[in-house]
Design a protein around this ligand. Structure first.
Ligand code: GLA
Length: 389
């Protein structure tokens, strides 16, 4: 996970000053996320359990007159500008700027007068690693614009707005998990989110007290057709729900699974449904264990989730499978790919004293197969979107 060096909040503030002169009116930070469990369940109206990473995107910003937005990002080194015409309808700004313009568009579309602004963006969330760098960017920009414009939008309504930026303006058919995690997560907790009504419960996830750590392994696998495959999975789930006569696959319980599968006529669809239905149950089971203070017992559920993604949902790749197998062999309590799939990151639940051994074992397994060396990081559940002092 290579990033520019130095503190991300300072980089944003310094970027602001060097681009625009003077100090920013404020800085807003939003985190990347890992999903502890509950993959491809969000757009099936199901359950997810993400937590926020200590890796953040920071936006330093102030207002500018008129309907004009100027945005500098340290990642591209570019400055882009856009105006009212560019946010009158989706798609006019492209590239990384679309995530910013999309938030302005979504605010205006929801009837909020988005203030003109100058923004400088710095980020520690690696791009393309499945840690939701796009949701972090959208959420930080949204927080900045809400504050700068004195707009009142309760936190529970912000994820939908940021998601519309991504779904409609950028055009990626993702669910509600990533923006919810960026905005609503709390330090020391995982966010149990019901993606149907967006109700949340903050579930204590005290790794330190249990002598455990979450090791995040960036598989470094090239994203192979990730966008098309994601959309295909979503279509297949929606078609299956329709065939079963339910609003969404969330409405099929594990008890009803066998009879539901018997009513579907192709094997691939049956496997997709089995993943989603069993994954929802694994989230509920994980939450029950965490509520009972049994964090050390969730490992088998994490590993079962990986097996289901590998065999039934078919979204893992050799690199992520290798990382999971090597982590388990080296003593991880459980391991799974996290995020949309086709690359991205693996998380492993490990005893604190085994984190290094597990990381070394994964690197060795990669070297044996001549995969690009993975990067690893141990993480603690961190705060959601905040305004920095
Ligand atoms: C991506 C999407 C999320 C979710 C996950 C899979 O991260 O942005 O909405 O669907 O994949 O769980």
């Amino acid at each position: 996970m290579t990033n520019p060096t130095g503190d991300v909040a300072e980089r944003a503030a310094e970027g602001f000053t060097s681009q625009y002169g003077g100090d920013a009116a404020g800085r807003w930070a939003a985190p990347g996320r890992v999903n502890l469990i509950g993959e491809h369940t969000d757009y099936n109206d199901g359950f997810v359990l993400p937590f926020a990473l200590p890796l953040r995107t920071v936006v330093a910003a102030d207002r500018q007159d008129g309907e004009q937005w100027t945005v500098w990002s340290e990642l591209s080194g570019e400055t882009i500008t856009f105006g009212a015409d560019d946010v009158a309808e989706p798609g006019r700004v492209t590239g990384w700027g679309a995530y910013v313009a999309g938030v302005v568009w979504a605010l205006r579309d929801a009837g909020h007068p988005a203030p003109g602004a100058r923004l400088a963006i710095a980020s520690d969330v690696p791009l393309g690693a499945g840690l939701s760098s796009s949701a972090a960017l959208e959420s930080a920009v949204l927080a900045a614009l809400l504050d700068l414009g004195g707009l009142d939008l309760p936190a529970e309504r912000q994820p939908r707005l940021a998601q519309r930026a991504e779904n409609v303006y950028v055009g990626a058919p993702t669910g509600i998990m990533d923006q919810s995690a960026a905005i609503r997560c709390r330090a020391g907790h995982a966010l149990f989110l019901d993606c149907r009504d967006e109700s949340v419960e903050q579930i204590p996830f005290d790794l330190d007290a249990a002598g455990l750590a979450v090791l995040v392994i960036d598989s470094r696998a090239p994203h192979r057709h990730a966008d098309g495959e994601y959309a295909a999975r979503r279509r297949s789930c929606e078609a299956a729900a329709k065939a079963l006569g339910v609003p969404a696959l969330r409405d099929v319980t594990v008890d009803q699974l066998d009879s539901a599968l018997a009513r579907l006529d192709d094997d691939e669809t049956r496997r997709r449904v089995r993943h989603v239905v069993t994954e929802d149950q694994r989230v509920l089971d994980t939450v029950a264990l965490l509520r009972a203070g049994r964090v050390q017992d969730i490992g088998p559920l994490l590993t079962a989730s990986h097996v289901s993604m590998r065999d039934d949902f078919e979204i893992t790749v050799p690199e992520t499978d290798t990382a999971v197998e090597a982590a388990l062999e080296a003593g991880a309590l459980g391991a799974r790919m996290t995020g949309g799939g086709f690359g991205g990151c693996v998380l492993a639940l490990v005893g604190v004293d085994r984190a290094d051994t597990v990381a070394t074992a994964v690197k060795a397994a990669y070297a044996e197969r001549a995969f690009t060396a993975p990067t690893t990081l141990t993480v603690l559940p961190s705060p959601g979107t905040t305004r920095l002092p």
